[in-house]
Ligand binder design. Sequence first.
Ligand code: FES
Length: 202
Amino acid sequence: MSVKKISKSQPELFEFTKENLMKAEKEIKKYPHEKKASAVLGLLYLAQSQNDNWIPLAAIKYVAKILSMPYIKVYEVTTFYSMFNLSPVGRYFVQVCTTTPCMIRGAKKLTNVCKKYISRNQGELSANKLCSWVEVECLGACVNATMMQINQDYFEDLDENSTEKIIQKLLKDEFPQPGSAKNRKNNSPEKGKTTLLEVKDA
Ligand code: FES
C-alpha cells in the first residue's frame, strides 16, 4: 500500500516560471471558462515537474488560486493520485507495483531489494540522496509482471537479481536500460510470437 508522506520542510512560496505560466494558461484554455478547474491535473503536473518531482503545499495553494478552487479540493486531488508526490523524491524515483498479478509473481522480493539498497522505509531517500522508492497500485503492465516504474520508464519481467542490478546502477547515478529483463518484445510470449507472424512489427 502506498504511503503519501507530507514533507515537514516546506518552502513558503511557490509560483510558476514564466515558461510554465504560459503552459498553464494554454492548459486552462482547453476548457470552458466556468470549468477551468478541469485543468487541475495538468497544472499540478507542471508544478511537480518544476519542483524536482514533488509538490509543496505552497504549490497546491497557488494552483487553487489560479483555478479559483478551494485549497482542500486541490489537496484532495494530490493525495488521491499516486503520480503526485508530497515530499521530496530521489532523482531516480522507483515505483514498485504490488497489486495482485505482480504480488503473486514475486513483487515482495522487489520491495525487499528496495529496502535493502535504497531505504528501509518507502518514501525515504537513499543515503546518497539519489533514489527513493514507493509501493504503488497496478501500473497497467500486469502481463509483464513483476514490474516497476522508474521516472517515466517501465522495467518488466523482473526478479530479485535483475532488480538488484537495476537499483545498483541507479545508486551509481546511471540509468539502466528500460523494458523487459527477459528481452521480451512488448508482451509477446517468452519464446517469440506465435500468431500474426505475417504482420511486420505486430
Ligand atoms: S498488477 Fe502490476 S502492473 Fe498490474
